[in-house]
Design a protein around this ligand. Structure first.
Ligand SMILES: CCCC/C=C\CC(=O)SCCNC(=O)CCNC(=O)[C@H](O)C(C)(C)COP(=O)(O)OP(=O)(O)OC[C@H]1O[C@@H](n2cnc3c(N)ncnc32)[C@H](O)[C@@H]1OP(=O)(O)O
Length: 290
């Protein structure tokens, strides 16, 4: 008993570097979790090269980390990227293009889960957006309570650019930070906002010149709750977010069915295939391989 109390105490005091959910190819950790022993703030870094695209393993690793942060009494969570150019490139297009049907079902369920876990996380959450954040990357950031972004990056729900209508609950994240009229226009255009534009419309709260500054600003945001009772704060957040969350929870199976039909449709597959090929081509040209 005493031993486990001491071990727990040591765990809380020492910075924790967590290494679970390894990338199967390289055996590197897909997320890095570090708890600052002085501030008690946890930093969760996405670590799936080249662009932190969200596959099943990365999303499971994020969920496990959030569960751990909630369990280890951290005072807050900062979500960031170990990559200095890309925060998160959104869903892994390999999971969506010509998918295996069983895997696609699992993938979509985990995608719903990661949004719920982040959206309902009991501690204050902030995103230090130190790189591009298109589509699912933007969704992760908007599920957090505060966003600080580095200059000359892009962020937005650009699904219509590759022929996809974002699901209702994904749109709700946008509507929680943008005025309805602006959200409608940006969603239908598939607009990617530059950092300056994102600040202007309120999609991000602050700009920081460096990752260190972004992390410091996120910490300041988390510190702003120091006088609030943590349980009352967390219940208030859950209450405010309840209607959005219910829209997904009430019909997860319906959302899955709709998404499977949509993703499998030839129109979406063709659009996605062309979009993915253009991305690969751009990447090859950059590397001088074409
Ligand atoms: C079904 C929809 C549900 C609704 C919710 C969310 C939908 C999504 O999230 S779908 C994903 C949408 N994502 C994007 O549109 C982003 C696409 N990527 C980019 O714009 C750029 O890669 C990015 C700005 C993020 C980074 O640019 P660079 O640093 O210049 O990198 P490269 O473009 O050269 O890419 C390197 C490498 O990564 C591959 N890549 C990029 N994005 C993805 C992705 N989302 N999934 C899988 N792979 C991705 C890209 O093809 C390159 O690979 P190689 O060709 O092997 O070099």
């Amino acid at each position: 008993m005493l031993r486990s109390k001491i071990l727990n105490r040591i765990r809380l005091l020492k910075p924790v570097i967590d290494r679970r959910c390894m990338s199967s190819a390289s055996k590197t950790p897909l997320t890095l979790l570090e708890v600052d022993d002085k501030s008690g703030i946890a930093t969760l870094s996405l670590n799936r090269p080249p662009v932190n695209s969200l596959n099943i393993d990365l999303m499971n690793s994020i969920i496990e980390s959030i569960t751990e942060i909630e369990g280890n009494k951290s005072r807050g969570l900062i979500l960031t990227s170990a990559n200095d150019r890309v925060f998160c490139a959104g869903l892994d297009l390999n999971e969506l293009h010509k998918p295996n049907q069983e895997r696609l079902k699992e993938f979509w369920a985990v995608f719903q889960d990661v949004w719920l876990a982040l959206h309902l996380c009991s501690v204050p959450t902030a995103a230090a957006i130190n790189g591009h954040a298109p589509a699912g990357g933007c969704l992760l950031a908007t599920a957090c309570e505060y966003r600080v972004m580095l200059p000359q990056m892009t962020i937005g729900l650009n699904e219509t650019q590759f022929g996809y209508m974002a699901p209702k609950w994904v749109m709700l994240s946008y509507l929680s930070v943008l005025p309805r009229r602006l959200a409608e226009r940006a969603l239908t255009q598939g607009k990617l906002f530059t950092t300056a534009e994102a600040l202007d419309v309120g999609l991000v709260d602050e700009i920081a010149a460096s990752k260190e500054e972004a992390l410091a600003k996120c910490s300041t945001f988390i510190d702003s709750f120091s006088k609030a009772n943590p349980l009352a704060r967390s219940l208030t957040k859950k209450q405010i977010r309840e209607p959005d969350v219910q829209k997904l929870i009430a019909d997860r199976a319906g959302d899955l069915k709709e998404c499977l039909e949509y993703i499998n449709s030839p129109l979406l597959q063709d659009g996605l295939g062309a979009y993915f090929e253009a991305l690969k081509q751009k990447s090859r040209s950059k590397a001088g391989k074409s």
